[in-house]
Design a protein around this ligand. Structure first.
Ligand SMILES: *[C@@H]1O[C@H](CO)[C@@H](O)[C@H](O)[C@H]1NC(C)=O
Ligand SMILES: *[C@@H]1O[C@H](CO)[C@@H](O)[C@H](O)[C@H]1NC(C)=O
Ligand SMILES: *[C@@H]1O[C@H](CO)[C@@H](O)[C@H](O)[C@H]1NC(C)=O
Ligand SMILES: *[C@@H]1O[C@H](CO)[C@@H](O)[C@H](O)[C@H]1NC(C)=O
Length: 474
């Protein structure tokens, strides 16, 4: 059946070639803006219970309202008019000795916007609507640890796909390696009570339609939003040689969930509402290709990849961890998990963790930024260079200093380059912090550039030596 909102368009446009039920657009998000125990919906103003991978705008914070979302200067998701945040629990590998290693995402996420509607919707004639300002919701139940009610719509909304292996999506984490990645999938409810932007459990203002992502809305929740659906892919193949128990898979979500029955996701609306409404009506191609939507303008890939939120919870989330961040012992179920507290995990929101080393008061060199250094296009810093297994920020700065250069740059963990300036077009895109996030070869606590990315420092005068202020991007 043709949805009302696209009816006119269909007649005027592509006749009836495309069944409108398949209309959608797919919003690509690059890597997470931050991986941190923050959750402005579930745990506003505090360090949250478990670790999240957060996609979307750099306005993300421990508390977040709509006006603040609109101050973002970049997003890891492609559409400039979307300053929303999209987050899910992180995935960890649990080693045989009980330690945990975070699984990287292969890319960020794909957020599907599906124009699903049904003639039996109570307000079918009013058409699909965009999320209003201030709207937020949660899908999934982090406490759930069983699938004993497979008829539950909320449970059907969660699924896992093992990429590179044939077979259907499964309701729990697969018991085999996924050579092309593990894809976690989550459908959000699309039926709204029409009044509440949020609710105490962050769910009951919303309901699933009869078919989870299709079918009609209940009379209690008569208004129909566009359906959102998250796909996040995890590079589980990196652990393919580290499976140790034939009866179990070794991955666990950050909330201590070893099967995935408690997988969940959060959405905090930061859309320019009228733009999303226009897209709902106009972006009805069945290809899902977002570039075909004239309603939108787009960030460049570099702007998405360089869009970071500085973490403020002073705890490691990478490397080999003795426990999952926060108080999250693995709870197998089937009974619901019990929330744990007071295990000694960090509870303070601290100062932002800066992606550079402060040498402004010791060596009188200041951090300039994370510049690009693309291969084969001439070095960003073209003076003397060095490459050492014990490279640190300090040793590179001292090297360039001793050679009489004003600029020093660290790249790809172990490389050091000196120069006398950085071309403006190599500097990070405006409003972004850039992509420098590799630990230094000689000190894993320091950052030494990245792949084709150079952490640049500049000699400065004592008393007038200030690092680039990455906390004032917006
Ligand atoms: C995030 O919130 C903290 C307080 O929790 C505040 O100090 C900080 O300025 C906020 N970050 C940004 C980028 O506004
Ligand atoms: C535990 O296992 C991890 C992953 O295999 C390994 O990196 C780590 O060194 C081990 N830790 C100890 C204390 O043996
Ligand atoms: C299964 O999970 C549901 C929802 O979390 C819970 O109410 C039920 O008690 C659980 N079943 C068992 C056998 O523990
Ligand atoms: C950033 O903005 C400044 C001032 O508007 C401009 O001079 C500079 O060229 C911009 N840089 C980039 C990389 O676009």
């Amino acid at each position: 059946m043709l949805p009302k909102t696209t009816y006119t368009h269909t007649l005027v446009g592509m006749a009836c070639l495309v069944p409108q039920a398949t209309a959608f657009f797919r919003l690509p998000c690059s890597y997470s803006a931050v991986v941190e125990r923050a959750d402005p919906i579930m745990d506003p103003g505090t360090v949250s219970n478990h670790l999240h991978a957060v996609m979307g705008s750099n306005a993300f914070n421990f508390t977040l309202d709509y006006p603040t979302t609109q101050m973002a200067t970049c997003s890891t998701c492609k559409v400039i008019e979307d300053k929303s945040s999209y987050w899910v629990p992180s995935l960890f590998y649990r080693a045989q000795n009980g330690s945990f290693v975070r699984v990287q995402q292969s890319g960020g996420a794909l957020i599907y916007y599906l124009q699903r509607t049904d003639q039996k919707d109570p307000e079918f004639d009013k058409g699909l609507i965009a999320f209003p300002e201030g709207f937020r919701m949660v899908a999934g139940d982090m406490m759930n640890r069983n699938d004993s009610n497979p008829e539950s719509l909320a449970q059907k909304a969660v699924s896992f796909v093992c990429l590179g292996v044939n077979g259907p999506a499964s309701p729990k984490l697969p018991k085999q390696n996924c050579p092309n990645g593990l894809r976690t999938q989550l459908i959000f409810p699309s039926c709204w009570d029409g009044h509440n932007l949020d609710s105490e459990d962050h769910k009951s203002h919303m309901a699933y339609p009869t078919g989870v992502d299709s079918g009609s809305c209940p009379s209690t929740h008569p208004k129909r939003f566009i359906t959102i659906f998250y796909e996040v892919t995890w590079s589980v193949d990196a652990f393919k040689d580290e499976w140790y128990d034939k009866t179990k898979q070794p991955f666990v979500f950050s909330h201590g969930d070893p099967e995935g029955f408690g997988y969940h996701g959060d959405f905090l609306n930061g859309w320019e509402v009228e733009v999303l409404q226009r897209a709902i009506e106009d972006c009805t191609a069945s290809s899902g290709v977002i570039e075909e939507c004239s309603a939108f303008t787009f960030w460049k890939d570099e702007e998405m990849a360089g869009c970071k939120v500085l973490p403020r919870v002073n705890e490691p989330v990478d490397g080999v961890l003795a426990a999952l961040p926060g108080c999250n012992p693995v709870q197998n179920g089937p009974e619901p998990a019990v929330l744990q507290k007071d295990c000694g995990a960090v509870t303070e929101i601290g100062d932002p963790v800066l992606p550079f080393t402060d040498l402004s008061k010791t060596l009188n060199w200041r951090y300039v930024g994370c510049a690009k250094d693309p291969a084969g296009q001439g070095r960003t810093l073209d003076g003397p260079s060095d490459d050492r297994a014990d490279m640190t920020v300090d040793s590179c700065v001292e090297f360039c200093d001793s050679k009489g250069f004003n600029y020093a740059g660290l790249e790809y963990k172990s490389q050091c380059f000196c120069g006398n300036g950085v071309a403006q077009d190599r500097m990070p895109a405006n409003g972004t912090t850039g992509e420098c996030d590799y630990p230094c070869a000689g000190d894993a606590k320091q950052i030494c550039g990245g792949y084709g990315q150079v952490s640049v420092y500049l000699r400065c005068d004592e008393g007038n030596c200030r690092n680039a202020d990455l906390t004032k991007l917006w």
